[in-house]
Every structure is written in structure tokens, then in C-alpha cells.
Write a new protein. Structure first.
Length: 284
């Protein structure tokens, strides 16, 4: 799936590999009849109207592997990337660091079509190039699910969560992972409740009419291994209402949220289970 059916769209300035002795040429300098490194022959090179591609992601050099891409590469989030016989959309690989969303897409894009289903190499990255009948039969698009998650994690592990846990003015040392935060809560003598603040950079959901600010999405809380219900009254100011899809449930924070827990006479281990959705937010 690309912004133009039956074509692969690339922004001006993207270097494309040709069959002639390792030659590379900017996409805007290509013309019908050019032979790509895969052997496919371009049948059309069309400049798209300004705004035809509304969103974009940028892959830093080496985001996929050594020399891939060889230079920063901008793609539509809908652009498939080829990994051997598998395809993954560029937007699904965004991790907020080496692959991230851009505030705005470049204005000038070119759509390429070829005489056969093949691939093209853009800045060292293999992209599927549809033929008259679609993608090459050997290429299998990965649906959303475990395989796609595993591919993303192996290619570009996400950075630690941009999340701090505060107890009053004290920041609690925590173990951060891609989708969890684990912390030992100290004893708070004499306090009626243990009130924590979850602080993270706020953002907005790209392409949404929702004007709210979002921090992280919490899908579960454990205290010493026991689950705390998402509708527990301890979820205070800064938490949005519970959202659900199929069997999953979560609560977004606004970037600064309070979580009040019953007091304890001994230290407790708390684990926050989160999502990676904050990596898809644009700065608020």
C-alpha cells in the first residue's frame, strides 16, 4: 500500500540504485526506460501534486542495519519495506529515535511504476515495486501482530521510556524497558496514601481531531505481583478514562498524572505495563 496505487512514491532527492555499474540517481532525475538494480524497467516517473503525501517518517542512517539506509531516508508511513520475503510498513517500525515521524512531509514526491513486480533500492533500503499485477508473489506483507512486533524489535529496539516516577519532590530510581517500568516503593511513614506522579513529555495523536495531550498509555499496574484494576479510584488527575478494544484495556495519561496507592509498612515492588504508542505521538 502506497499513496499511489500500483506505484512506489519517493520524495525528491532520494537516491535510487540503477543496474549500470552501481550507479545511483536522484528519483527526480529518473525517466521511463531506466533499468533498476533489480532488472525492472521503469514505465513511468510522475511528479505528484503538492500534498499528495500527507505524512512521513524518517529513517536515520543505519536504522535497519549497517549501511541501510546509507543516508537518512524519508518514506510515507504506508510505504512497504522489503526484508527478504517479508514486507513491513515504514510507519509500523517507528521507534521515536532512529525511525520517527516527521512534523510534515516534504512537498515534492515522485511515483515510480515498472514493467514487472520487483524491488528498488533507495539509499540502500529495499522497497517493493509493484508491477501491473501487484507485488511479487514471493513478498508477504506482515499483518499487525507478533511477527511485526518481533521484526521491529530486532531491527531497531525502541529507546527507554521517557517516563519519570516522582514521590513528592523525589524521583524514584526505576528500571525502564520498552514497555514496562519497575520500581521499589519506599515506606511512607504516617502518610494516608502513597501519591505518585507519572511525568512524561506530552504529545498529540497525529492526524486526529482529538486536541488532548497524551503522555503514556498504561495497560496494567501490579503491586507485589497483584494487579490493580484500571478503574481503581487511585487513578487520579491526569489519567483519561479507560479505553478498550477487543480484550485489551488501557488508560492514557496527559503527560503528568497522579496515582494514589494505599500506605504500606514495608517496601513494595510496583510494575507499570505500558504500550509503545507514545512513540507515534507528535510534540504537543
Amino acid at each position: 500500500m502506497t499513496p499511489i496505487v500500483g506505484a512506489t512514491a519517493l520524495p525528491a532527492g532520494t537516491s535510487v540504485a540503477l543496474a549500470s555499474g552501481g550507479e545511483r540517481r536522484p528519483v527526480e532525475d529518473l525517466a521511463p526506460g531506466a533499468i533498476l538494480d533489480s532488472g525492472a524497467v521503469l514505465t513511468s516517473v510522475v511528479e505528484l501534486p503538492t500534498g499528495a503525501v500527507a505524512d512521513a517518517v524518517i529513517l536515520a542512517a543505519g536504522a535497519i542495519g549497517p549501511g541501510s539506509p546509507s543516508a537518512p531516508l524519508i518514506l510515507s508511513p504506508l510505504q512497504w519495506i522489503a526484508f527478504a520475503d517479508q514486507l513491513a510498513p515504514a510507519g509500523a517500525l517507528a521507534n521515536g529515535a532512529t525511525i520517527r515521524r516527521l512534523p510534515a512531509a516534504p512537498p515534492q514526491w515522485y511515483a515510480l511504476a515498472a514493467d514487472q513486480a520487483a524491488t528498488l533500492t533507495a539509499e540502500g533500503v529495499s522497497l517493493p515495486l509493484p508491477g501491473p499485477r501487484g507485488f511479487a508473489t514471493r513478498l508477504r506483507p506482515l499483518p499487525a501482530g507478533p511477527e511485526l512486533v518481533a521484526l521491529r524489535a530486532g531491527l531497531c529496539p525502541p529507546p527507554p521510556l521517557p517516563l519519570r516516577l516522582m514521590l513528592g519532590a523525589q524521583e524514584l530510581p526505576a528500571t525502564l524497558g520498552a514497555d514496562r517500568l519497575e520500581v521499589t516503593l519506599p515506606v511512607t511513614d504516617g502518610a494516608p496514601m502513597t501519591v505518585l506522579r507519572l511525568v512524561s513529555p506530552p504529545g498529540r495523536q497525529r492526524g486526529s481531531l482529538d486536541s488532548r495531550r497524551f503522555g503514556v498509555a498504561v495497560r496494567g499496574v501490579e503491586l507485589d505481583g497483584k494487579a490493580l484494576a484500571l478503574d481503581d479510584p487511585g487513578f487520579g488527575e491526569g489519567f483519561y478514562a479507560i479505553e478498550r478494544h477487543d480484550n485489551a484495556a488501557w488508560r492514557w495519561t496527559s503527560g503528568d498524572a497522579t496515582l494514589a496507592l494505599p500506605p504500606s509498612t514495608s517496601p513494595r515492588v510496583m510494575v507499570l505495563h505500558l504500550t509503545s504508542w507514545h512513540t507515534h505521538l507528535e510534540p504537543a
